[in-house]
Design a binder for this molecule. Structure first.
Ligand code: SF4
Length: 87
């Protein structure tokens, strides 16, 4: 099985901690889905890359756009602020 890009980057840089995943539960107050341009409604992500990762990582997921945790307690490496595109 081929390695995903995040694994390959981390092997070269040791940038992420061992338990890092593309999407993770995060402490409130920092970057999170609630502040991200890809949030759809209150509980879904419209980023196709995130949805693909969800499908590949959690094989039994029925809706890969559904965030695994509340929007203000979850984030992923594909985060983009809403303000970034409003500049
Ligand atoms: S942080 Fe990631 S999972 Fe959350 S809305 Fe943005 S792209 Fe989707």
């Amino acid at each position: 099985m081929s390695k995903d890009i995040f694994t390959l980057i981390n092997e070269e840089t040791n940038y992420y901690p061992e338990n890092h995943q593309l999407g993770m539960v995060v402490p409130k107050g920092g970057s999170d889905c609630a502040k991200c341009k890809f949030l759809s409604g209150n509980h879904n992500c419209k980023n196709k890359g995130f949805q693909k990762w969800m499908t590949n990582t959690f094989k039994d997921v029925s809706d890969p756009s559904l965030l695994p945790a509340p929007a203000d307690e979850y984030c992923c490496d594909l985060f983009v602020t809403k303000e970034y595109y409003e500049r």
